[in-house]
Structure formats: C-alpha cells, structure tokens
Design a binder for this molecule. Sequence first.
Ligand code: MEV
Length: 289
Amino acid sequence: MATWSAPGKIFLFGEHAVVYGKPGLAMAIKPRVHVTVRRHRNPAPAKSPYIDQCFRELGVRGSVYVSSQMPSSAGLGSSAAVTVATLSAANDEFGLGLEREEIAAIAHRIEQTVQKGRASATDTYVSTMGGLVLIIGDSRRRVLPVNLNLVIGNTQMSHSTSRMVELVAEERERRPNVISPILDAIGALTLEGLRKLDEPRELGRLMNVNHALLDAIGVGHSSLTRLVGAARAAGAFGAKTTGAGGGGCMIALSPRGGKTRITSALDAAGGRAFVTTIDTAGVRKEHDA
Ligand code: MEV
C-alpha cells in the first residue's frame, strides 16, 4: 500500500491571459489531497473518472482511498491534485519508476481525456512540482517561493472553466481591439507582481487591478464582487478572483494578524473562507502502513 499527497493551486496573477500565451503566476496551496493505492486484482470501480483513467493509463489495477479537504469544482485544482497523487501512489505501489515530469505529463493527458479536450496544464504541473510557478506560453518554471498570508473565499457558485474560457474567446473575437490589450495588461501585471512579491501593499494593489481586468473581459460574478469588496473592507492589501471566474473562488492578501477578520468578513458576505499559504513540496510520499 502507498499513500501520496498533492496540493491544490491558485492563480496569483494571469488567469485567462495565459490561454493566449501571456505570463501568469500560479501557486501550490494547502490543503493537500491524500490518496492511498493498494494492489488489488478485482478492485471496486473508483468513484472518480480521473482515478479510473489513472489506472487505465498505467495499465495496473488497485483499490484507492481518497481523503481531501479541498473543495472540488471551485477552481482550486482538486481534480489535478487527485490525479497527481493517484498516479504517484500507483507509481510507488507498482514500482513503475516514473519521474515527476512524467507524472505531470500523464496527469495532464488524463485531465484532457476526462474533460474531453480542454484542461489546464498549469494545474497538474503546479500540483506535481509545488511552489510558485511562472507560466509563459508553453513554458512553466518554478520561481523563488514566498510566504504570503492568503485567505480564500469560495463563492460556492459552480462554474465551468471551459465555458468561461470560451466566453473570453468570444468576447475577444467580438472586440479584439479592446480585449487583446487587456490580456496584454494582465500579462504585464504578472511580471510586475513577480517583482513585488515581498511588498504586500504593492502586491495587493496589483491584485486589485488584475481583478478589475478580469471583470472587464467578462468573467466577473456578483458573488465574487461581494467577496472581494468584503475582503478589502476588512483590511486586505488586495483581493481578486482566482481561476476561471463566473463563480468559484477569490483570494485576499492579508496583513499578518488580519486573517481572522478577513475570514469572518468573507463568511458573513456569504462565502466559505479558509486561510492558506504556499505549499513548496508538490506531490510527496506520506506514511506506508
Ligand atoms: C483556470 O484555473 C485558469 C484559466 O486561465 C484556464 C487555464 O489556465 O487553463 C482560466
């Protein structure tokens, strides 16, 4: 039996713009998803199509136990974390000898198969490698990690990432002269944010601008507006939508000692909030019983 865990992810900057090759900055976050895989000749069918696909890809059979405190379908990369942890646990249990890079690539392929085409290579890469990841075009690389005080607010409004990506594409086709420069500006914010990672006030301001630009390209939602406003009023340095928008989650950058106040404000505004920070480890082995 082998147990592995993998983190979720947020976009600090650059969601949607990355789809057009612009820079984006993503971060692996706690909580982790834990997956235990045990050899089994006739396992019961898994409850998740991602897990089924992991076994199909690897050509092995096993039973799986998943333990997760990460909200699913909220844009925090929970399906990527389940996939990466399952692949890694199966890799260990069956002695397949796959390296991390291979795990990330197979996990992306699995997400593409299950999601029927569109899947973020960022989610699976960040969950595998951990830390802070700069995305530019097809390249993804880890940059020096920083410890940020973050609060996540889940609007609990379900959203479809592929639908939101489609919406932006339609909007860009309709108004290329307006939308393309906004996507450029979001990419520029990523690079500016990268330089200001140790200046929380500045970083917060840039997050606020990124949020406004996400609204401008059409991925806003009243629930996100409400939570972002509540976080700022409660003292956040900045707050923004994270991920595809249209519901899902927002993030707030908190002063040290301000997280409880922001969490309460987000809960009172109808969200479900939790404190998080960077996870630098990526996928890792847990105990073997
Ligand atoms: C979703 O978490 C982020 C998007 O930029 C899509 C992607 O990067 O694949 C909207």
